[in-house]
Design a protein around this ligand. Structure first.
Ligand code: DGL
Length: 268
């Protein structure tokens, strides 16, 4: 069981920002990553549709013999993790809206949070906000179009700036000093975001905390992979391989390694 792989999925390449942290912390684990690009974006879809897709992906992972599933997507975590934990016999790790660390670090008392409509609609966001944002003002913004930018590899340049500015400049005017990246695609836009907000605004990416949570859980369940070798990961896309590979090339500088994608059809 310890050598069993870890499943990890997102609507697309955003979750690679989470995979990267998990891999850095747990190099011996073998990860099976699914970029569910046939269903991307998840953000505007209904909670029921995302849950159903989560079930299909989880079935696939179970067939592959994974010991745990990381939902590297805030939107899918919000829509599905509770139910998937009840339905499947393995542990799930999901994304956390990083409001707590942002509130603790803020000096101006103003925090920005960018996420998808689905994440903001979820009960988990509401609970976290109630619990940790009592003493700060939260400026929330749906990052409409940002997933699409990353999925087409447009993470810099004029088009990228034109989409980001209307979201970020009002937050800058409100003197935010922390911006929570509430979608796993957004770390790919960190440079473009900081170019607009300036270096006094700290960007908070929850991925390192998720990787630590994964490690804690594997230790607790005595399921850490102790093999002497580094795990060899497998990456799937549910969409067209050719266009996905092109995008991946544009993101590779940030991902830091070359990734070999394979096509996956869950319908087969
Ligand atoms: N990376 C997903 C998230 O963290 C993007 C959701 C989408 O596809 O809209 O929310």
């Amino acid at each position: 069981m310890n050598e069993a792989p870890v499943g990890i999925f997102d609507s697309g390449f955003g979750g690679l920002s989470v995979w990267k942290e998990c891999k850095a912390l747990l190099p011996k684990e073998q990860f099976i990553y699914i970029a569910d690009q046939a269903y991307c974006p998840y953000g505007p879809k209904s909670q029921e549709a995302i849950l159903q897709r989560g079930r299909e992906l989880s079935h696939f992972f179970i067939q592959k013999g994974v010991k745990l599933i990381v939902i590297a997507c805030n939107t899918a975590t919000a829509a599905a993790i509770k139910q998937l934990r009840e339905e499947f016999p393995i542990p799930f790790v999901g994304m956390e809206p990083a409001i707590k660390p942002a509130a603790l670090a803020s000096k101006t008392g103003h925090i920005g949070i960018l996420a998808t409509a689905g994440t903001f609609a979820g009960q988990h966001f509401k609970n976290t906000r109630e619990k940790f944002a009592q003493d700060v003002e939260l400026h929330i913004q749906v990052g409409e179009g940002l997933v699409e930018l990353v999925e087409s590899g447009k993470i810099k340049g004029a088009e990228c700036r034109a989409v980001l500015e209307p979201f970020l400049l009002p937050m800058k005017d409100k003197r935010i000093d922390q911006l929570v990246l509430g979608c796993t695609h957004y770390p790919f836009l960190s440079k473009a975001i900081s170019d607009i907000l300036g270096n006094k605004v700290n960007l908070i990416d929850p991925a390192p905390a998720v990787a630590r949570q994964l490690k804690r859980l594997l230790i607790e369940k005595k399921q850490m992979n102790k093999s002497p070798e580094k795990g060899i990961d497998i990456f799937f896309t549910t969409a067209s391989l050719t266009s996905s590979q092109l995008t991946l090339k544009r993101l590779e500088d940030i991902i830091g390694v070359e990734i070999n994608l394979s096509a996956l059809s869950l319908e087969d």
